[in-house]
Design a protein around this ligand. Structure first.
Ligand SMILES: [Zn+2]
Length: 202
């Protein structure tokens, strides 16, 4: 199904999109300051998924940049980063949030997460996945310091920031509005712990 309209992903929710080879997907944060967890699978074999660590080797960067080719875990080109309207504020290091991460930071009781979002949207398509791939976290502010430590300052991604990707193979792309609404030790994945919607255009 090819969509030529804008889709709003509600805060804390996720959606899957069929992005055929040559098609482009634009992901934006209308209100700003909102992390977008991004996953992609080969549409013809979901054993093959987008892998940031494999991508680093080829792109020699832990941030996605324009013209970078995003590789699968089999090191095959899946997508190309075409445009970055997010000032380079993206992350390829943090795993998707899950129930246990919220508990680790002191949350009691069930909490929505990007991992659960991914499993749910894939189930709707008939796939039971048992691995949560490393996402690309667009609009997420992390930095590696010279001594190797990871520094995650406040999310400063401006409203209407966006990225555009182009598919190199037929893919299923999943975009999750990260529900991270806590602020442990200054790690504001979403600024002030406020979670907002995302917009996607194909
Ligand atoms: Zn998340």
């Amino acid at each position: 199904m090819r969509l030529n309209k804008k889709i709003t992903i509600p805060a804390r929710d996720a959606q899957a999109f069929d992005i055929l080879s040559g098609d482009r997907i634009r992901i934006s944060t209308p209100k700003g300051y909102q992390a977008a967890d991004f996953f992609a699978y080969n549409a013809h074999s979901i054993d093959e998924w987008l892998s940031p660590p494999h991508t680093w080797i080829a792109s020699t960067s832990v941030k996605p940049r324009p013209d970078d080719i995003l590789l699968s875990r089999f090191r095959r080109p899946m997508l190309k980063m075409v445009e970055d309207g997010g000032d380079g504020i993206h992350d390829m290091l943090l795993p998707a949030c899950d129930q246990f991460r919220y508990e680790f930071f002191g949350h009691v009781g069930p909490h929505p997460s990007c991992s659960d979002n991914l499993m749910n949207v894939m189930r709707r398509r008939g796939y039971e996945i048992n691995v949560i791939p490393q996402p690309i976290n667009f609009f997420t502010n992390t930095n590696v310091q010279k001594d190797g430590s990871l520094f995650a300052p406040k999310n400063i991604v401006k409203p209407n920031s966006y990225v555009i990707l182009e598919a190199i193979m037929d893919t299923i792309c999943i975009v999750s509005s990260c529900p991270f609404d806590i602020n442990p030790n200054g790690w504001e994945i979403n600024a002030n712990g406020v979670v907002t919607e995302l917009e996607v255009e194909i």
